[in-house]
Design a protein around this ligand. Sequence first.
Ligand code: COA
Length: 390
Amino acid sequence: MTIGIDKLNFFAPHLYVDLVDLATARGVEPAKYTIGIGQEKMAFPPLTQDTISMGANAALPIVSKEDAELIDLVILGTESGIDYSKAGATVIHQLLGVQPFARAIEIKQACYGATAGLLMAKDYIQSHPGRKALVIASDIARYGLATGGEVTQGAGAVAMLVSDNPKILALEDESVVYTDNIFDFWRPVYSDNALVDGKFSNEAYITFFSTVWEEYKRRTNRCLEDFEALCFHLPYSKMGKKALLPVLENDGATDSVKEKLLTNYEHSILHTKAIGNIYTGSLYLGLCSLLDNQPNLKDNQLIGLFSYGSGAVGEFFTGRLVPGFSDHLQTEAHHNLLNERQALTIPEYEAVFKEKLPQDGSEMKLDTQADPASICIEKITDHQRYYYKK
Ligand code: COA
C-alpha cells in the first residue's frame, strides 16, 4: 500500500507588496532584495485573514463532500495561531464540514510543524487504510517594519489531503530527523513579531541539512543522483540553495546532476518569490511550485524534501511522483490566484501592518466584501472569531 499526498493546494491573501518598492522606501539597493535574498513580492494579509481562514481557504477547493466523510484527522501546523488553548483545526473542521468523529489538533514547532503533521498522518493512514487525513500549514510571517527580516515576511497556507493510493506523491518510509535546542528564531508569548538571529538561523539551517543528508546517505546508500529534485523549506528563495551548493560540492556531484538539481530548484522557488515566507507551509509551497512550473517531471521520479523549523528540528524525507500525478494538480488555479492579486503601496502596507484585531476583548465587524477570499473573518464578539463562508 502506498500512502501520501492525494491532493495539494495553496492559498495566499490578495494583497502584496512589491519588494523593489520596499527596498526603495528603506533606502536599500533593490538588487539586495531581488537577487541577494531572491524575493520579488511579499503577500500581506488583510485583517479579514488569519491562520484559520487562510488554512480553510487552502483546503476548501480540494476537500470534496466524499473526502469530508472519510477524514479522521484535521491537523493544523502553525506558529502564528490565534489561541493559546483551542486548536484552529477545530474551526477548520467545521468550515469544511468534516464528519464529527474526527481528531482536530494544532502542531507547533516553528516551520517544521506541518511536516510533523504530515508524517503523523501517514502513520495514521498506515493503520487505518481507506480513511483520510487533512494536513494544513498556515502562517503569517511578521518580523516588523524596517527590520532585517522585513523582506522575508509573507502569508499563506498549504493544504494536503493524505490517503492511501495517493494521486500525487507517495511518501517513502525512511526519513532522518534531527533536533537541537538553539535560539535562532523564536517568538515569546508577549510579542507579535518574531525575534531572530538571522545569520545564526542561516548557519543552523545549512548545518541541519548537511547533517540529515549525511545520515540519510549512510542509512539508505542513496546519493544525489537518485533524486530528480530536492525541495527545501524556503524562508526566502535563496536559502535552500545556500544549503544545497556545499552538498553538491562535498558529494562531488557530476555536472549533469548539478544542472538537474539546480534547474529544478529554480522551478521550486517561483511561488515563494511571489509570496514570501509562509513558515511551516513554505516547504510545501516549494513542492507546489516545482509541480506547477516544471513540465518535464515524470511519473515515479524521486523527490527529496528538507523541512527545517528553527529552535530547531530538521528532517529529510522523500516521495515518488505517482503515475498520472500531473492530472491532479491545481496549477491553473494557483497561477490565477497569484495573477489576480492587488499591490499595496508602501504607505498602504505600513498602515495595514499597524491595523490589529481588538486586543482587549472588544467587538468588531469586518468588511468581508473587500476580501475576495471564499472564507474571511466576519466579526469578533464575546472573545470569539466568526468566519464567513461566501
Ligand atoms: N546586490 C545583490 N546582492 C546583494 C546586494 C546587492 N546590492 N546587497 C547585498 N546582497 C546580498 C548579500 O551578499 C547576501 O548574499 P549571501 O547571503 O549570498 O551572502 C544577501 O544579499 C543578504 O545580505 P545580508 O547583508 O546578509 O542581509 P541581512 O543582513 O539583511 O540579512 C537575512 C538577511 C535573511 C538574515 C534577514 O533577512 C533575516 O534575518 N531574515 C529572517 C530569518 C530567516 O529567514 N532565516 C532563515 C533560516 S530559517
